[in-house]
Design a protein around this ligand. Structure first.
Ligand SMILES: NC(=O)c1ccc[n+]([C@@H]2O[C@H](COP(=O)([O-])OP(=O)(O)OC[C@H]3O[C@@H](n4cnc5c(N)ncnc54)[C@H](O)[C@@H]3O)[C@@H](O)[C@H]2O)c1
Length: 346
């Protein structure tokens, strides 16, 4: 297939791009390279004749339209977004602009392109929007998010993603654009930008710095390895029913404090005595405002309808992720250097 991926230099987008190119698809990666967009993340496929890159902002409808008509994709997989909850609390405007406005712009351009296609190509075209379980708000101690739940976003990030989900759904209902939506839990794995929870903990543990845990650490997140998420996205693209939403999760619920303790014991094992036991570095810090208590996904629909199942047990995935950060100090240095130089804004 010819697939236009937006946000392909980010954490999940780059894992998707690497997989799609490896599987023999033609991929065009459209990314404006914010602070979170790193060309290094796609270095492994950059020289492939199946890969191309356009630096453009998804809010720039004419640039997106031109890219769509030049590349003529069979599908758009839309991942470009502002994605960090803490940044959305400090500055919601960029989230509203990119996540709501940018998704609107992508949809307008995709609709215009789709309308130019012959009938059989129109029927086969897909616009897959990659979203988050955070649109559903917070759970108590019991229960799971399912596809029919009402949206109750609590952070500006979650609200902006909720807005983008509604726009995607509306373009499906109003214009018949063949859209798909996936809502996934917290991803972890290699190449995650080092301001998110797991890379922060690994890198601080490595340096013997405090491991900051919000509140009492009792908040629960539902973790999935990025490669399992990528497999689910491809499965939904291939076999999902247009107009449908699929919740993607690996039944990977963990309290933040337990997750950090797991990282500490793995660091004790692989890094040895220098800062061991790493658990003594854990430091409780003031809670995030409006911090959702618990997320947990019921993935029955994507499992039963599309036959997707996660393949990476958490213990293996986290050990492999820690190993990756230990083995890829060049990548970490490149990220830090660029941030110090102020390249890419953010
Ligand atoms: N990380 C998670 O745990 C998670 C979970 C569920 C859903 N999601 C969703 O998956 C998608 C990807 O998440 P991620 O963690 O890889 O994000 P990320 O922050 O690592 O990457 C985002 C990418 O989008 C690009 N981008 C941002 N604004 C842009 C714009 N205006 N125009 C063009 N490109 C732009 C950035 O340069 C970057 O390459 C997002 O839509 C996010 O909401 C993430």
């Amino acid at each position: 297939m010819r697939i236009l991926v937006t946000g392909g230099c980010g954490f999940i987008g780059s894992a998707l791009v690497r997989r799609l190119v490896g599987d023999g698809h033609r991929v065009l990666n459209l990314d404006c390279l914010t602070y979170a967009g790193l060309p290094e993340n796609v270095a492994a496929v950059a020289a492939s004749p199946h890969y191309s890159f356009v630096r453009a902002d998804i809010c720039d409808t004419s640039a997106v339209s031109a890219t769509l008509s030049d590349f003529a994709p069979d599908a758009v997989m839309h991942l470009a977004a502002e994605s960090h909850v803490d940044r959305s609390i400090d500055g919601p405007a960029a989230f509203i602009r990119t996540n709501v406005g940018g998704t609107g712009s992508m949809l307008e351009a995709a609709l215009a392109h789709w309308r130019t296609l012959p009938e059989d190509a129109r029927a086969g075209f897909r616009f897959l929007h990659v979203s988050t379980d955070e649109v559903y708000g917070s759970l108590g101690e019991d229960g799971f998010f399912t596809e029919g739940d009402a949206y109750r976003p609590n952070s500006p990030y979650a609200a902006s993603k909720a807005g983008s989900d509604h726009l995607v759904r509306a373009f499906g209902e109003t214009y018949g654009l063949p859209v798909l939506i996936t809502n996934c839990g917290n991803n972890y794995g290699p190449y995650q930008f080092p301001e998110k929870l797991i890379p922060v903990m690994i890198m601080n543990a490595l340096a013997g710095k405090p491991l900051p845990v919000y509140g009492d650490g009792a908040n629960v997140r539902d973790w999935i390895h990025v490669d399992d998420h990528v497999t689910a996205l491809i499965r939904v693209l291939e076999a999902g029913r247009p107009g449908e939403t699929y919740l993607v999760g690996a039944r990977g619920e963990r309290r933040n404090l337990d997750l950090v303790k797991t990282i500490c014991s793995e660091m004790d094992r692989v890094e040895g005595a220098r800062f061991a036991p790493h658990e003594k570095l854990i430091t409780f810090v003031a809670d995030r405002p409006g911090h959702d208590h618990r997320y947990a996904i019921d993935p029955t629909k994507v499992e039963n309808e599309l036959g997707w199942k996660p393949a990476i047990p958490f213990a293996d995935g986290i050990a492999q992720t820690i190993r990756w950060y230990l083995d890829n100090r060049d990548w970490i240095d490149a990220v830090h250097d660029r941030r110090r130089l102020g390249e890419g804004g953010g």
